[in-house]
Design a protein around this ligand. Structure first.
Ligand code: BJW
Length: 249
C-alpha cells in the first residue's frame, strides 16, 4: 500500500533542500501502535465519559479516584504499545535533514522509544506522577492501596504529570516549540485534530514565516484549509512512503 502513494515533485524537492523542519505530532501517530486517540479513546467502562471533562483540574478535585483510574487504564494501554512505522520514519527523517525539531502533544513516550532525540513534550508524560498540592515529582509510585496514592514528601494526592485543560504548558518546551515553528522551512502537522491551543497555533506561526505547511491525517481538520500539502491517510503508511520517495529522488 505504501508504495502506492504519489507525492508532488515540489514537496520532495523542498524536503531535500530544507535546512530546518518542524514536526508537530498528535495522538493519531500512535493510533497504529494500538494507543487510542484522545478523542476516540473511550471504550468499555469508560465509554460514558467525555475525555475533555476528565482531563481537567476540576475533574480531579471533584473525583480524584475516577480521574486516577482513567489514567491508570490508559497507562496500561501505553505500557503494551511499541512504536510504529510512523514513529520510526520520523527518526529516519531527522537523519536526512540538517535540523529537525520534533514537537509532540503525546504523553505516551513512543517517539523517544523509537529513538527520536530531544523530543519537545508539550503535554507531559503519562508514565510520570507529581503531587497535586505542590507538584513534587514522583519517579516511582509508592507501594500503596490508596487511589490515588499519596505524595511521599507532603502526603497530598498524586496526579499524572500531564497538562490538563486550563493549565500552563511547560514554559521552556513551549518557547522552544514556538521558536522552531517560526524558523522552519517546512512544518508537518501529523495525526492531530489541531483543536487544542497553544499547540494548534504552532502551524500558524510557521505559515506566518512562509514555511510550507504539510498535514498528514486520514481526516480533515480545521488546519486542512491552510495546508499547502494535504497527505490523506494513516501516518504509519504515509511517512515511510515519503522517506522512500525522498531517498529515491
Ligand atoms: C490519525 C490516525 C493515523 C487517527 N494516522 N492520524 C485559544 C483558543 C481557544 C481555547 C484556548 C486557547 N488557548 C488556550 C485555550 C484553552 C485550551 C484549549 O485549547 N481548548 C480547546 C479545546 C478549545 N487550552 C488549554 O487549556 C491549554 N493551556 C493553556 O493554554 O494555558 C493557558 C490558558 C489557560 C486557560 C485559558 C487560556 C489560556 C492546555 C491544553 C492541555 C491539553 N491537554 C491534553 C490532555 C493531556 C493528558 C492526557 O492525554 O490525558 O492533551 S487534551 C488532549 O488534546 C491531549 C492531546 O495532546 C491534545 C490534542 O489532541 P490530539 O493529539 O490532536 O488528539 P485527537 O484525539 O484530538 O485527534 C487525533 C487525530 O488523529 C484526529 O485528527 C484523527 O483523524 C487522527 N488520526 N488515526 C494519522 N493512523
Amino acid at each position: 500500500m505504501s508504495d502506492n502513494f504519489r507525492f508532488p515533485g515540489m514537496l520532495i524537492q523542498k524536503l531535500k533542500t530544507a535546512q530546518s523542519i518542524a514536526v508537530l505530532t498528535g495522538a493519531g501517530i500512535s493510533a497504529e501502535s494500538g494507543v487510542p486517540t484522545f478523542r476516540e479513546a473511550q471504550t468499555g467502562l469508560w465509554a460514558k465519559y467525555d475525555p475533555q471533562e476528565l482531563a481537567t483540574p476540576q475533574a480531579f478535585q471533584r473525583n480524584p479516584k475516577l480521574v486516577w483510574e482513567w489514567y491508570a487504564w490508559r497507562r496500561e494501554l501505553v505500557n503494551r504499545a511499541t512504536p510504529n512505522l510512523g514513529h520510526l520514519a520520523l527518526v529516519e527523517l531527522a537523519n536526512l535533514v540538517p535540523q529537525l525539531t520534533l514537537i509532540t502533544q503525546n504523553v505516551d513516550g513512543l517517539h523517544q522509544q523509537a529513538g527520536s532525540k530531544n523530543v519537545i513534550c508539550l503535554h507531559g508524560n503519562i508514565m510520570e506522577s507529581k503531587c497535586y498540592a505542590h507538584g513534587h515529582f514522583v519517579a516511582q509510585l509508592p507501594e500503596s492501596d490508596a487511589v490515588p496514592p499519596k505524595c511521599p514528601t507532603c502526603g497530598s494526592l498524586l496526579r499524572p504529570n500531564v497538562v490538563w485543560f486550563g493549565e500552563n504548558l511547560p514554559a521552556h518546551a513551549l518557547t522552544t516549540a514556538v521558536h522552531a515553528s517560526q524558523s522552519c522551512d517546512i512544518f508537518f502537522s501529523v495525526g492531530t485534530s489541531a483543536l487544542v491551543h497553544p499547540a494548534a497555533s504552532l502551524p500558524l506561526y510557521a505559515l506566518e514565516n512562509q514555511a510550507l505547511l504539510v498535514e498528514v491525517n486520514p481526516q480533515p481538520t480545521p488546519l486542512t484549509r491552510w495546508a499547502d500539502e494535504v497527505l490523506t491517510g494513516p501516518s504509519g503508511e504515509i511517512l515511510p512512503a515519503l522517506i522512500k520517495a525522498m531517498q529515491a529522488a
